[in-house]
Design a protein around this ligand. Structure first.
Ligand code: 4AD
Ligand code: MG
Length: 454
């Protein structure tokens, strides 16, 4: 049924099969809605909604740029009218007509239909027809839910954020570098490792590009990547994915102070540019672009010790040495309007590679960037231990097997230099920017403890 093409054309038009392929002669709906294209136009898209009133059909057509109201009078073409009236939601149409401004139409513009081709007639009972559905049902139907206008906005913003970030990094001299996904040792601790069978031996999916990046900086200097990282997160929180997109940076001859300066310039630039270029998408999620325009370097810096004192003052049950989990970061960031740093975390709660502070070896030269408004950690990073003996000591203290890190230790023997880097979760950034309740809505097909399909 669905693949059969219903012929409803009236005028001399190319066959529906031909109109289904190629980009020529079609106007995107956004062009019409922006008033850039009026008069005779051809549009193509999915039937989002349809209602008839008297002898008039109101069709809402969706493409990647928006929703357009199209009207067809029975008087124009009875056969066409009857054919389209029977169509189900999500059928695909190529429509020729006259576009004009009309204040009564939802987008301010309306297309009066002259002729149309049905490229694909959809089956009845579209699973997510416009009624209220619970989140788990929508997760099961994610492959269809992606067409929702809010999802469209999120997907566009995702693409924009990655491009803006990549563009800034390349312009500032960072080189893109790729590392393997299959790993033989942990970067971020054993508890969140995914084990896979690697030709009969256990291997792990990467948690971070960092260890390989530390090898590459001696070759190509300051570098970055944007790629997936994997964490077997056994707790079901609103901000943890099993697979997330990780933007990471590593830089030789860089200390913690310079790293924080770079991060605040970088994150401010992303926020400023998104505010200017993606205002429409932000508004779709109730984010006022002015709030992102307010994100400007330098960012406030707070030591971990001060953060603990602040939390205690606010009545949070916490003591020095505790990790700042979801709840604690929420309490800490709720009153803030822009991102800020928490730095100098104690040794016990940070990975082995973090450099102990020379003036106070209990704490590390680490820094997390926290998103405001209750969102919490966006970035984890810091200065690395570059001295061989000091790194060996940390590996022993953490009870790790030195032989797992043979090659990583080599880097400290030949040409080691002070260096620093960080990782930012793309979905964490989007979650905050779009004020999302749950991180799963910042990625098209989320992977979580209880979900691997679709
Ligand atoms: O703080 P993390 O664990 O740091 C690292 O992996 C470092 N090796 C990065 C580096 O220095 N190159 O993770 C970095 C960021 C977090 O701040 C968070 O934004 C994101 O990655 N992240 C997650 N995002 C979604 N789901 C998860 N399960 C995540 N775990 C970390
Ligand atoms: Mg972290």
């Amino acid at each position: 049924m669905a693949s059969e093409k219903t012929k409803t054309k009236t005028q001399k038009q190319p066959a529906a099969e031909n109109r289904a392929i190629g980009q020529d002669n079609f106007t995107e709906i956004g062009q019409v809605l922006a008033g850039k294209k009026t008069g005779a136009v051809s549009v193509r898209g999915w039937l989002y909604h349809k209602r008839s009133s008297g002898g008039l059909l109101f069709l809402t057509l969706r493409d990647r740029t928006g929703l357009l109201q199209c009207t067809l009078s029975r008087k124009t073409d009875t056969k066409l009218f009857d054919g389209i009236e029977k169509l189900q939601d999500e059928s695909v149409l190529a429509i020729d007509g006259e576009a004009k401004a009309d204040s009564r139409a939802p987008g301010g513009y309306e297309l009066s239909v002259k002729s149309a081709d049905v490229i694909s007639a959809a089956e009845p009972d579209y699973p997510i027809a416009k009624k209220e559905h619970g989140p788990e049902f929508l997760m099961d139907e994610r492959h269809l839910w992606l067409r929702d206008p809010k999802m469209q906005a999120m997907l566009k913003l995702r693409s924009a954020v990655m491009n803006i970030a990549r563009d800034w990094l390349l312009k500032h001299g960072y080189i893109e570098f790729q590392s393997p996904i299959f790993m033989s040792a942990a970067c971020e601790g054993g508890s969140t490792l995914f084990t896979v069978d690697y030709f009969g031996k256990p291997a792990y999916l990467t948690q971070s590009w960092q260890l390989y990046a530390e090898a590459a900086i001696a070759s190509i200097g300051k570098i970055f990547t944007i790629s997936p990282s994997f964490r077997a997160e056994k707790s079901r929180t609103r901000r943890h994915l099993a697979e997330f997109w990780h933007l990471e940076v590593e830089e030789p001859f860089q200390d913690i102070d310079g790293l924080m300066k770079m991060e605040e310039e970088f994150v401010s630039h992303i926020c400023q540019t998104v505010a200017k270029e993606c205002a429409q998408e932000l508004k779709e999620f109730g984010r006022d672009p002015a709030e992102l325009l307010a994100v400007k370097a330098p960012f406030k810096r707070m030591t971990y010790a001060d953060a603990i004192e602040l939390l205690k003052k606010d009545g949070v049950d916490v003591k020095y040495g505790d990790d700042l989990d979801w709840e604690k970061e929420k309490a800490l960031t709720l009153k803030h309007k822009v991102p800020f740093f928490v730095y100098r975390y104690p040794k016990g709660i940070k990975a082995f590679y973090h450099m102990p502070a020379p003036d106070d070896p209990k704490v590390t030269l680490s820094a997390d960037l926290l998103a405001p408004e209750g969102y919490g950690e966006l970035i984890g990073g810091g200065q690395r231990t570059h001295d061989y003996k000091a790194l060996m000591k940390r590996i022993e203290e953490e009870g790790l097997k030195a032989s797992d890190y043979d090659w990583y230790l080599d880097l400290r023997k030949w040409g080691t230099v002070p260096h620093s880097g960080f990782g930012m979760g793309i979905e964490r950034l989007l979650m905050w920017m779009l004020k999302l309740e749950h991180i799963r809505d910042a990625i098209p097909f989320p992977r979580m403890m209880n979900r691997i399909a679709p």
